[in-house]
Design a protein around this ligand. Structure first.
Ligand SMILES: Nc1ncnc2c1ncn2[C@@H]1O[C@H](COP(=O)(O)OP(=O)(O)OP(=O)(O)O)[C@@H](O)[C@H]1O
Ligand SMILES: [Mg+2]
Length: 371
């Protein structure tokens, strides 16, 4: 996948902007607070219709303005697609090839983007919530149905928890919610379990490379309910339902839903050691890089084309060996690299790269600026 060009109007600190990109490396250089992340944020918006920094669309509109507009051309499967996003104080409209979409799930899968930012280096060290959110975002990009099920699960969970807080509880309604949580939950469980399995196989390979064959990485999808790889949709559904039933009294007493896929996690092992708990900081960071890189490969396997990769400020967090390895490994992919460090240009001396100098929401472009 290639982002050919991008037009921004009133997006963050950009008043008006039109850029054509390099099919390989786009180096976005500028001092702090000039608009580097803003630019890549707008690119990410095209993939899932949402920012990776905020859930509040309004924050994306330039201060003092009423609406923003993004227009991009994407090249994939030998054809060009246009994606437009328009956000005003009340609404968000998205078009693919001039046709308005009604649900976000219709946008997903048109343009795949992987963002790697310094927070991702904490993926392994972070809590289960961050790891769940990592896999949820990834799977949603690949399987719109997953996104829909997840939305429904979240809504039902919210309603169930609300019901549990009532003084007197309508058991029939609780029954309905349990049924729905088991239905959506079993789909989510099976999809996550399969995804983590694939991710585990690919990340093992990357991790070997990153550690010079020294470490064996593996991932296991972990749920508190007694489920295993041989459970199919129906048996997961039954088990989830009986677990919710079993825990009903506890849930009513504590006013919260104790069991379900909203509590799950990914266990990450290096050799036989749980890295989340016992890994060194370096091991945790390297394992996080392996996971992120695997995502790229996984998308390639699933959709047949590499996604676009955004490296927002991560370059300075990596040592020289890993910087070089990353650039070498990723030579088939369109990459957007933001950095405040001009010396990073040297890494791209021998490759074709376009440099974009960002200053106060304005951008100068220098072809082959890395040389
Ligand atoms: N809605 C908005 N309207 C106008 N300007 C905004 C808006 N939101 C953020 N900004 C401005 O954008 C700038 C931050 O841009 P950005 O996060 O892209 O910086 P950056 O170049 O990535 O910096 P760093 O190197 O520190 O990460 C800030 O100056 C901020 O005031
Ligand atoms: Mg930034």
């Amino acid at each position: 996948m290639i982002l050919k060009n991008l037009k921004l109007m009133n997006f963050r600190n950009y008043k008006g902007l039109f850029l054509e990109f390099n099919e390989k490396i786009n180096l976005i250089i500028g001092k702090n607070g000039q608009g580097k992340t803003n630019l890549v944020e707008s690119i990410y918006m095209l993939s899932i219709g949402k920012s990776f920094r905020t859930n509040k669309d309004k924050e994306l509109i330039k201060f003092g303005e009423n609406n923003l507009y993004i227009d991009a051309r994407i090249y994939r499967d030998d054809e060009t697609k246009e994606i437009e996003v328009l956000i005003d104080n009340k609404n968000k409209g998205i078009k693919v090839n001039k046709i308005s979409i009604i649900k976000i799930s219709e946008l997903l899968g048109n343009f795949n983007v992987v963002v790697f930012s310094p927070e991702d280096l904490k993926l392994v060290k972070d809590g289960p919530k961050e790891r769940r959110s990592f896999i949820d975002k990834e799977i949603s990009q690949l399987i719109p149905k997953y996104y829909n099920n997840l939305q429904r699960y979240r809504k039902t969970l919210f309603q169930r928890n609300k019901l549990l807080k009532n003084f007197s509880i309508d058991i029939n309604l609780l029954e309905v919610y349990d049924e729905e949580l088991a239905k959506y939950g079993s789909y989510i469980y099976i999809t996550r379990r399969d995804f983590v399995k694939k991710l585990s196989d690919i990340s093992k390979k990357f991790h070997k490379e990153l550690t010079g064959n020294k470490e064996e990485l593996s991932l296991i999808y972990k749920t508190q309910i007694d489920l295993n790889d041989s459970d199919d949709y129906n048996s997961v559904y039954q088990k989830l339902k009986s677990k919710l039933f079993e825990s009903r009294e506890h849930d009513i007493y504590n006013k919260i839903t104790r069991y379900g896929i909203h509590k799950d996690d990914i266990e990450i092992y290096i050799d036989d050691i749980d890295v989340r708990l016992y890994g060194s900081q370096g091991q945790q960071r390297t394992a996080s890089i392996s996971l992120k890189l695997s995502e790229i490969e996984l998308i390639k396997n699933e959709v047949g084309e590499y996604p676009v990769l955004i490296l927002d400020d991560v370059f300075s967090e990596l040592d020289e060996y890993r910087q070089k390895l990353l650039v070498e490994k990723l030579n088939d992919i369109q990459i957007f690299i933001t950095t405040a460090d001009i010396s990073h240009k040297a890494i791209f001396r021998d490759v074709e790269a376009t440099v974009f100098n960002v200053k106060e929401g304005m951008i100068d472009k220098i072809e082959n600026g890395g040389r």
